[in-house]
Design a protein around this ligand. Structure first.
Ligand code: PRP
Length: 193
């Protein structure tokens, strides 16, 4: 069961000039994220404890890289890594409605169990489009792990199998999430709006 955030942390310095030293209270601290990610890792390890071949983790670039790196190290089962490049928000804080997919998984997925790893599910278009493509490759199963679920902007129903936090309709940065390509390196997650 994902943690649902109802309280909004104060926001101080929005925009590209965000001062790391005065960014205000994080929406999600690194400690809280780490605790949740470890728990997700345990749940995923239990789910796939009996599968024959290593789990195939498909990381959706770029935002999911930080989450995926921590999630991977919290697993107690063998896993392989694949990457998919998806981009829908080239600038700014809202979707422009265009989704670019590139660098699809090349390895054979027939009969394999696949876990798509996302930093955030927003409209749902990205993860659903990738899941549809992966399913055409004949896997045994396709499941979704997302650190953040922002259901307010959902355009397509998404079944998130492993969800970290359900967040309000705020633009968030840090822990892999960007604003105009910046702030992915921040250890905490902040709200910009
Ligand atoms: C973000 C995020 C998800 C997607 C979610 O990616 O990383 O992949 O948007 O949005 P959706 O549910 O509305 O499709 P973005 O396009 O910003 O690229 P990035 O991961 O490289 O930052």
């Amino acid at each position: 069961m994902a943690e649902v955030l109802t309280k909004q942390a104060p926001v101080e310095t929005p925009g590209p000039s965000l001062d790391r030293a005065s960014a205000g209270k994080p929406l999600l601290s690194s400690t809280r994220i780490a605790r949740r990610v470890r728990r997700l890792g345990r749940q995923i390890s239990e789910m796939y404890a009996d599968i024959e071949n290593p789990l195939v983790i498909v990381v959706i670039l770029k935002g999911a890289t930080v989450f995926a790196a921590d999630l991977l190290r919290s697993l107690s089962i063998p896993a392989e890594l694949e990457f998919v490049r998806a981009s829908s928000y080239p600038t700014g804080t809202s979707s422009n409605g265009h989704l670019k997919l590139a660098h699809m998984v090349e390895g054979p997925l027939v009969g394999r169990h696949v876990l798509l790893v996302e930093d955030i599910v927003d409209s749902g278009l990205t993860v659903n489009a990738i899941a549809r493509r992966i399913r055409r490759m004949g896997p045994a199963s396709v499941r979704i792990a997302a650190l953040l679920d922002r259901p307010a902007r959902r355009q397509e129903e998404v079944n998130i199998d492993f969800c970290g936090f359900v967040i309000p309709d705020r633009f968030v940065i840090g822990y892999g999430l960007d604003y105009a390509g910046l702030y992915r390196e921040l250890p905490h997650i902040y709200s910009l709006t």
